[in-house]
Design a protein around this ligand. Structure first.
Ligand code: AOF
Ligand code: ZN
Length: 369
């Protein structure tokens, strides 16, 4: 078998990708970007985009140098093409040119229309040697949510469920709390604390009366988006009782009760009344509205019918599957995904394994479509 050895370019790009990840939860709707500056085979500067509206990675890395003179002739490794537009900050391409960087290694192009190749062209025009495509897959995986939103206008969708070793989410009599242990549940709250919205169906709201918030709070406060095709949550549900502190958006089908909708509005919930067409394609309608409101990452907590409708329109990008160290058995004990399911093996929804983590006796499997 042919083995590819890691080149210096890959090693340094890998360090830049590691930096990029530190921005998770802080930079969205911007992409996570990292940059390291290398001279004589040594990293002499590092930076990442740390906060929405703040310095871009390249500027942060240049700023971390002991002396600005050290940039002259050095190589900058950037996980995303340096920008060439005036956004909330001036163009990074200009900053690299002004610093007299000798070479720039870029993992992937920026799909954002104001950049999309322009940053690379600008660097080359000024005589800088530019290499593109180093660790492109790894870098693309980090910015996949940003890329999806820029390309499709829809947010990245993360489905999360917990199941037993034998794939059950409840016993045959319907008991489900708890399948996983405390440290798994902490990880779920970390995820809730970095996404922009948490979606659930009315089945889950009625069965569990969930809060759908992050405890302790994370870097952002997710809007709780409830799919209410036919029925609406009650005024004394935990969701509605906390609606004035944490946003609740109710995506209401046309048959829902008008008086109830008004009461929910008065209680502080935001009711989005859908017409027949929007209600028929509730998944896309919901995702579009959330993206228009700035959402990059959306988490779907279920239930089974909701997962099924998201999957059938191809709108689950990532699944966080927590496996608890128990088995329930029972032919009537349900699994995580409801609906009709696929008829044939050849129609199965296919995923790729992305990450595995252990939480005491539980595991979290992260799969991507
Ligand atoms: C870079 N380096 O570290 C990042 C880039 O208006 P702004 O300043 O927030 O710019 C946001 C856009 O800049 C974003 O949509 C993406 O195209 C690019 N992000 N570019 O050179 C960085 N975060
Ligand atoms: Zn920039």
């Amino acid at each position: 078998m042919l083995r590819h050895s890691t080149t210096d370019d890959q090693r340094f790009m890998s360090a830049a990708i590691e930096r990029a990840r530190l921005g998770e939860g802080h930079v969205e709707p911007n992409p996570m970007v990292g940059c390291v500056i290398v001279r004589d085979g040594k990293i002499i500067g590092k930076g990442y985009h740390a906060k929405f509206g703040g310095d871009h990675a390249e500027v942060a890395a240049l700023g971390s140098l002991e002396s600005t003179d050290n940039a002259r002739g050095a190589t900058a490794y950037v996980t995303l093409e340096p920008c060439c537009h005036f956004g909330k900050t001036p163009p990074c391409a200009d900053a690299l040119i002004d610093a007299e960087i000798g070479r720039v290694v870029v993992a992937i192009e920026d799909p954002f229309e104001k950049v999309s190749g322009g940053g690379i062209a600008k660097l080359r025009d000024s005589g800088i040697d530019v290499t593109v495509g180093v660790l492109a897959n790894e870098a693309a995986a980090v910015v996949a949510p940003f890329v999806k939103r820029v390309r499709t206008g829809l947010p990245w969708v993360i489905a999360k469920w917990a199941m037993t070793l034998d794939g059950r989410i409840a016993t045959a009599t319907g008991e489900s709390q708890w399948i996983t242990g405390e440290s798994s549940r902490r990880a779920v709250h970390e995820l809730r604390g970095r996404v922009d919205a948490i979606v659930a169906g009315m089945g889950t709201v009625v069965a569990d009366d969930p809060m759908l918030n992050a405890r302790p709070p994370g870097t952002r406060v997710a809007t709780r988006a409830i799919l209410c095709r036919r029925r609406l949550p009650s005024l004394d549900s935990k969701l509605v009782r906390t609606a004035s502190q944490i946003p609740v958006w109710l995506f209401a089908g046309p048959q829902t009760n008008a008086a109830q909708r008004r009461d929910l509005e008065s209680a502080g919930a935001h009711v989005i009344l859908l017409d027949d067409r929007e209600s028929d394609d509730m998944v896309t309608t919901t995702l579009k509205r959330l993206a228009e409101n700035g959402a990059t990452n959306v988490m779907v907590e279920g239930g089974g019918e909701v997962f099924s409708s998201f999957l059938s329109v191809g709108q689950i990008d990532e699944a966080h599957v927590f496996v608890g160290a128990k088995a329930f058995g029972g032919t009537a004990a349900p699994g995580p995904i409801g609906g009709q399911g696929v008829e044939r093996l050849s129609q199965a929804w296919a995923f790729k394994l992305h990450q595995i983590d252990r939480f005491d006796d539980d595991v979290r499997l992260i799969y991507r479509r």
